[in-house]
Ligand binder design. Structure first.
Ligand code: SF4
Ligand code: SF4
Length: 426
């Protein structure tokens, strides 16, 4: 067995805890998960069947850890060892072909969490150094700048200055004792900086005390995507240390899917302790401020709009009703897409896929299902996409499938339809 294989298999076994073992034991090979996965549906390739993507880890478990595996080995009844060639062959299935979206789990009669197990499998790949180049590059940028796209504090401050000018509202950086510390994805900072202006307008109206940290403005966590717990912890530590140094009560996770799961669900486990602050998603904050009457809704946007449900915020994050309530309050013609809500299709770029250029062709194929969903809404004019990463995937997909709808974030929509916004601005 080569070093690479040994390291990967060792990690597979280490991460085959009782939960993963019960999944491997429970699978009845019914194939129902195949009909749920957008990669399988878009390509028709049987290798894209969700449970198939876990094969090397399942084989390592059945050979070395399952009940009676030693006896089976002695009798020559155990599965063959995983080879380096197989590991390399599966690398694309593990990193390019899974957004860790969790749609297959909804279809699985045994409730097998393929997404969570892929995450564990990536730990083995990462330990063995089998990580796609694009994700490795993102990790290098993070080391230098804390951002996977290399966005520096200088670049962020320039975007802040533009938004201050556009809104006439001061945006505080490193304000000690603020109640809320906001984080953003690099994609938002560089691609959709108007989100900074939207926060400024909403929070000013609500009278919220908030700030941005100059050392921990990035919310995304490439360590979680790659499958490296030590890297994920290091990235998270920056945010936790900054929030605790600023003595804030809350850290706001932005309109970004995986960033929310990384800090809110995986965060305390990665750090091995509870935080001294609470993590809240921006949608929860806006919803709360609206319920408290601090950001009243004004004239509604009358365009026909729909909502894309980012998997990690809605299906895996539980924020199903709040964005719909806010949309109905902000738009007079909100229409749901087919498969909306918990069974929505991923945009194809989640789970680190959009940071991996090798996966571009497959990602674009998977977007054909999103294009079908959007085209299924008659007279559609705009789509609200509350995730910066999904927004960028939508824009690429729109070029490919010749779609012409406006894409906007939820914070911008709510900020743009505040009551009396025209008098209050500035
Ligand atoms: S988690 Fe999503 S992308 Fe991954 S196999 Fe399941 S349905 Fe496919
Ligand atoms: S749907 Fe569940 S039980 Fe059926 S093959 Fe897929 S993972 Fe196995």
């Amino acid at each position: 067995m080569s070093n690479i294989t040994e390291t990967a298999v060792e990690k597979f076994l280490e991460h085959t805890d009782s939960e993963a073992a019960s999944f491997f034991e429970a699978c009845v090979k019914c194939g129902q998960c195949a009909e749920a996965c957008h990669f399988h549906l878009a390509t028709g390739d049987p290798r894209q069947t969700p449970i198939y993507k876990l094969r090397p880890m399942e084989r390592a478990y059945k050979r070395d850890k399952a009940p009676f595996s030693s006896l089976k080995k002695m009798l020559g009844l155990a599965p063959k060892p995983v080879t380096e060639a197989e590991l390399k062959e599966w690398e694309e299935l593990v990193y390019d072909s899974c957004n860790m979206c969790g749609r297959c789990t909804l279809a699985c009669p045994m409730g097998i969490d393929i997404a969570g197990t892929i995450r564990k499998m990536r730990e083995g790949y990462s330990a063995a150094g089998l990580v796609p180049e694009g994700l490795q590059r993102s990790a290098e940028f993070v080391k230098k700048t804390s951002s996977p796209m290399g966005v520096t504090i200088k670049a962020l401050k320039a975007q802040i200055a533009h938004q201050e000018k556009a809104t006439g509202i001061k945006i505080e950086v490193d304000k000690k004792g603020a109640d809320y510390m906001c984080t953003f994805s690099s994609m938002e900072i560089m691609g959709y900086p108007e989100v900074l202006g939207a926060y400024a307008k909403l929070f000013k109206r609500a009278g919220l005390s908030w700030t941005i940290s100059s050392v921990a403005y990035e919310a995304t966590n490439v360590g979680v995507q790659i499958g490296s717990a030590p890297m994920a912890k290091e990235i998270l530590e920056r945010v936790v240390d900054a929030a605790e140094a600023l003595n804030v009560k809350y850290v706001i996770s932005p309109e970004c899917g995986h960033a929310y799961g990384a800090i809110r669900w995986a965060g305390p486990n990665l750090m091995g302790r509870q935080f001294k602050f609470e993590v809240v998603h921006i949608i929860e904050v806006i919803d709360k401020l609206r319920r408290e009457g601090r950001i009243p809704a004004g004239k509604k946007d009358d365009r026909r709009m729909t909502l894309h449900d980012p998997c990690q915020i809605i299906r895996r994050g539980g924020l199903l009703k709040e964005p719909r309530k806010l949309l109905n309050e902000s738009c007079s013609d909100f229409v749901e897409m087919k498969y909306a809500g918990l069974s929505n299709f991923c945009c194809g770029g989640g789970g680190g896929v959009s940071a991996n250029p090798r996966a571009d062709e497959l990602k674009t194929k998977a977007f054909s299902l999103k294009a079908e969903q959007l085209n299924g809404v008659e007279g559609l004019e705009a789509v609200v996409v509350p995730c910066g990463n999904c927004r960028a995937v939508f824009e690429d997909g729109f070029d490919e499938y010749e779609l012409d709808f406006e894409v906007l974030g939820l914070s911008e929509l709510v900020a743009g339809t505040l009551a009396g916004d025209d008098q209050k601005q500035g």
